[in-house]
Design a protein around this ligand. Structure first.
Ligand code: ADP
Ligand code: MG
Ligand code: MG
Length: 902
């Protein structure tokens, strides 16, 4: 039969840290600490299997379990030299829950179990401390009543035990619990028992064994309380895991002035600095420290002095009223330093610990891996490698790539007050504060005047780019994680919240409503792009800092990764930022973004309005020098690396104004009739533009557009080459679905390339390849690779077309799809490995069979998402490409993928 109970204590243990599944996190670590000689009060753990057994057994403890518990209790009695239920020398225990992972929704701990009207006398005799004994007893009844017997706060929020406590204090005019006398506490015990009787009809169990069975049953029962079930749903914890129960002899931090209890981190969890960081309370029990009943004191002198400074406490007051543990009980402090060094060396990670001091002897009650900020995680990992505690691989695998995001953007001051008014999708991280404006031009104007603005739109379109660029942050009412606003904002490294359905925007009145709150143009709001929270007013921000450790981690990541990391960007400025973050080339330069600025949009519109080839060519001629200049800038900024330039992709109607006012302005500017413009807009209208006349379909019907773009690229490349700049243009044809489509475009590109190079008398290394974003292209990838020199997976469109989900509209049902587990994740955020991923794997294999040296990368939004990056590594991609601010994340994710594979 499987072992039900594992003992620990006295420098030994039957369990170990590896046994978290069976003993729970708390139990496994208590066992481990005991084995390595850290002082732990003796006790034992009932396995998680027994929790499931309890449910199978109709919520009853089996006879055999009770027998094993009594036996294990015997061992504890031997070690402690006292006896459970003995009236002269009683052993008291705590009963603590403990699942595999810590679960705040679970049962609270019961302390001082084993006390009754008789054993309390034994405790008095044993300790000579009457007040302490009665205080422990009344605490026990209170906890047991609440946790095991369900006597909690009533519907008005009044805790019946606290009500009794307050009555006595008021009557006796006490201001603190510490003034309660032994007599008062003895009375309270009686009153508490009466409360239980009144509320439950039953009596408080006097027999220690009954108390124990009740508490164990309550811990098992708490596995299925509402809070715990909800917590499991939210955190992906299996219902079948069960909880363990830890039963441990009590040590007392509340037995006098040489006793204490505390919690600590072995390093600073906010900054990662290597100093002991913790708090303690003298003469206190259990969780008094975190409960906020009294002001906790710092453990180290240094920490104590910092605390005093922050709280305006004089050095004299600090020393006399709030001394550090280091000053107050130096010998205990020394024990603690020994223990925490031992724990860190053993676990090789920062620990979060709980301890109690009884008569100047230290006892450890818990240790676990400490939670930390991203900045702390990076610093601790680097420091631990440098001190030889862990190796680089361990350090790299320990950091969550996504968490690096918070190190790359400004953040809200954690001390600032905030009033959240709405919540949307956390589309692009960062913290932004500014005045609300509802259109792009206004955003631009106000920014020019030095005002900080937040651009609020129902949705954004390419026309809003200028305003988005000028804004601190962007808020949209509609749209998902890959909406225009979200993709562009991430590219810009700008904070964005999309799909914030609870705001109601009125462009005409220049207002937005959130519930009853009306926000007008010029009012301040703040956006937290990492949480999706919209806040009222200005919230203070602090700038991101790239610490030395962060750079070190990145350097190590580069040593292990095999995939290259490129960036998606359209401007030389962003290209430089991305290079600073370690980008090795551009994976996607979207040429259409270049058509919106200044007078370019006018030339573009002329081209669209043109009725004949000649007129169109005339307009294109105006665009040529502008494009050439852009390409020179961007290739110069990425000198030495490949730059993938995608030919014009969006449907042409995106470049025309759609409201009458702008159409009128355009008519005036271009000296044509409004009617003509309206007719053109109408003729370009498509029911489903994303599946319409766009991508290479434009280049096939208007070859002159492809020709002009190719000419601009090669003239730029030749000019740079002449100046000894090492350029590597890669021309990418979008939305290809068949070989012939690609061939037609490639012919034009190659023809132009040869012509320009001959005329300029320079040779440029270039490649012509395609985006794989139409499922048919993946299926026919062997054909296409016979002509294409590279593939770049455009997974935004590929996902859209594989699922048949419109990426601009799927926001209305995707959250429910995820909730109902139709999909595990939003496939526009995390690559759908089994569906879209299969197409990728197939295209890589077929493509490389047709062309051995085919270069393969990804340029969709997934190129910066760690799980998707890992998939790309496994699929043999040469590179991933992502927005500049995700480059470090992709570098780390690529390193982790490589490390996990070997
Ligand atoms: P949680 O999981 O909520 O942290 P714990 O089981 O760790 O709950 O117990 C809460 C507190 O009770 C701990 O901080 C510890 O100080 C105290 N405690 C638990 N067991 C004992 C014990 N045997 N002796 C003294 N204090 C204890
Ligand atoms: Mg704890
Ligand atoms: Mg596309």
């Amino acid at each position: 039969m499987a072992k039900k109970v594992y003992s620990f204590g006295n420098g030994a243990a039957e369990g170990s840290a590896e046994m978290k599944n069976l003993l729970g996190g708390k139990g496994a670590n208590l066992a481990e600490m005991s084995s390595i000689g850290v002082p732990v009060p003796a006790g034992f753990t009932i396995t998680t299997d027994e929790c499931l057994e309890y449910y199978n057994n109709g919520k009853k403890l089996s006879k055999s379990l009770k027998k094993d518990v009594i036996k294990a209790l015997g061992k504890v009695e031997k070690i402690m030299g006292s006896k459970f239920g003995d009236v002269k020398n009683p052993l008291l225990v705590s009963v603590r829950s403990g699942a595999r992972v810590s679960m705040p929704g679970m049962m609270d701990t019961v302390l001082n179990l084993g006390l009754n009207d008789k054993t309390v006398q034994g405790l008095i005799a044993k300790t000579g401390n009457e007040r302490f004994a009665w205080d422990s007893y009344r605490r026990f009844i209170q906890m047991y009543g609440d946790v095991v017997m369900g006597v909690g706060a009533d519907s008005h929020g009044h805790d019946p035990f606290e009500v009794e406590l307050e009555k006595i204090k008021t009557k006796k005019k006490y201001s603190s619990d510490l003034e309660l006398t032994a007599e008062d506490l003895q009375k309270l015990v009686k009153q508490f028992k009466a409360v239980i009787k009144k509320r439950t009809g039953g009596s408080f169990p006097e027999k220690p064994e009954d108390q124990l069975w009740g508490a164990i049953g309550a811990v098992f029962g708490s596995w299925n309380n509402e809070r715990a079930i909800l917590y499991r749903r939210l955190n992906d914890i299996g219902d079948e895991w069960g909880t363990a129960v830890n039963i441990q002899s009590m040590v007392f931090g509340n037995m006098g002035e040489r006793c204490a209890t505390g919690v600590a981190f072995t390093r600073d969890p906010a900054t990662g600095e290597n100093h002991f960081y913790g708090e303690y309370l003298i003469n206190a029990q259990g969780e008094d420290v975190v409960a906020g009943i009294r002001t906790p004191q710092r453990i180290t002198v240094k920490g104590s002095k910092t605390w005093a400074k922050e709280n305006g406490v004089s050095e004299k007051d600090r020393k006399s009223k709030f001394p550090s543990l280091e000053e107050y009980m130096p010998s205990v402090y020394d024990q603690l330093v020994d223990v925490y060094n031992k724990l860190e060396n053993h676990y090789k990670d920062m620990q979060d610990i709980e301890f109690t001091v009884q008569d100047e002897k230290l006892w450890m009650l818990q240790t676990r891996t400490g939670k930390r900020t991203a900045a702390a995680a990076v610093k601790i990992a680097v420091d631990m490698v440098e001190s030889g505690l862990i190796d680089k691989k361990t350090a790299l695998l320990r950091i969550d790539p996504n968490s690096l995001d918070s190190l790359l953007h400004p953040a809200f001051d954690p001390k600032a007050k905030k009033k959240v008014i709405a919540k949307g999708l956390p589309a692009s991280p960062g913290a932004a504060t500014g005045m609300v404006v509802f259109n792009a031009d206004r955003a631009y104007e106000m920014n020019e005047k030095g005002k900080k603005v937040i651009l609020v739109r129902i949705e954004t379109s390419p026309e809003d780019l200028k305003g988005m660029n000028a804004a601190q942050g962007i808020l949209t009412q509609r749209g998902g994680m890959t909406s225009h606003a979200a993709v562009v904002a991430r590219g810009m490294g700008k904070c964005c919240i999309s799909g914030c359905g609870s705001v109601d925007i009125n462009y005409k009145k220049k207002t937005m409503k959130v519930g009853d709150l009306l926000i007008k143009e010029g009012d301040f709001i703040s956006l937290d792009g990492s949480s999706g929270e919209v806040m009222k007013g200005e919230v203070a921000t602090v700038d991101a800092r790239l610490s030395g450790s962060f750079a070190t981690i990145m350097k190590w990541a580069d040593q292990y990764r095999t995939m290259k990391v490129r960036t998606n960007t359209d401007t030389p400025g962003d290209a430089k930022v991305a290079r600073g973050f370690g980008a090795e080339g551009i994976g996607l330069c979207r040429t259409e973004h270049m058509f919106f600025e200044g007078d370019r949009i006018r030339a573009m519109r002329e081209m669209i309005l043109a009725d004949s080839l000649d007129e169109r060519k005339k307009a294109l001629k105006k665009l040529l020098p502008m494009q050439r200049k852009d390409f020179m800038g961007i290739m110069k900024a990425m000198e030495g690396y490949g730059v993938t330039i995608r030919l014009l992709d969006p449907p042409l109607h995106e470049f025309l104004p759609h409201d009458e006012k702008s159409q009128k302005i355009m008519a005036e500017e271009m000296n044509i009739s409004l009617k003509q413009i309206k007719a053109k807009v109408e003729s370009l209208l498509e029911f489903n533009p994303m599946l319409g006349h766009r991508g290479c379909r434009l280049g096939i019907t208007y070859p002159e557009i492809t020709e002009m773009q190719a000419q601009a690229i090669f003239e730029a490349a030749c000019a740079l080459k002449k100046k000894k700049v090492n350029v590597k243009p890669e021309i990418m044809v979008p939305l290809v679905g068949s070989l012939r489509e690609f061939q037609l475009q490639k012919e034009i590109i190659v023809e132009v390339a040869e012509r320009v190079m001959k005329a300029k008398k320079v040779k440029v290394d270039y490649q012509v390849g395609t985006m794989i974003e139409v499922p048919r292209a993946a299926i026919r990838s062997h054909d296409i690779a016979s002509e294409a020199e590279f593939f770049s997976f455009g997974t935004n469109d590929l996902t859209q077309m594989t699922f048949g989900f419109s990426r601009d509209d799927a926001g209305s049902f995707l959250p429910e799809y995820v909730e109902k587990k139709v999909l595990e994740n939003d496939p526009f955020r995390v690559l759908d490995q089994t569906g879209v991923g299969s197409l990728i794997e197939m295209a890589v294999e077929q493509g490389r069979n047709a062309r051995k040296k085919l270069k393969v990368g990804i340029c969709g939004e997934h190129g910066g998402e760690p799980r998707s990056v890992e998939f790309c590594h496994r699929s043999g991609l040469d590179y991933v490409s992502c927005s500049p601010f995700r480059v470090p994340i992709a570098r780390l994710a690529a390193a982790q993928a490589a490390l996990r594979q070997d």
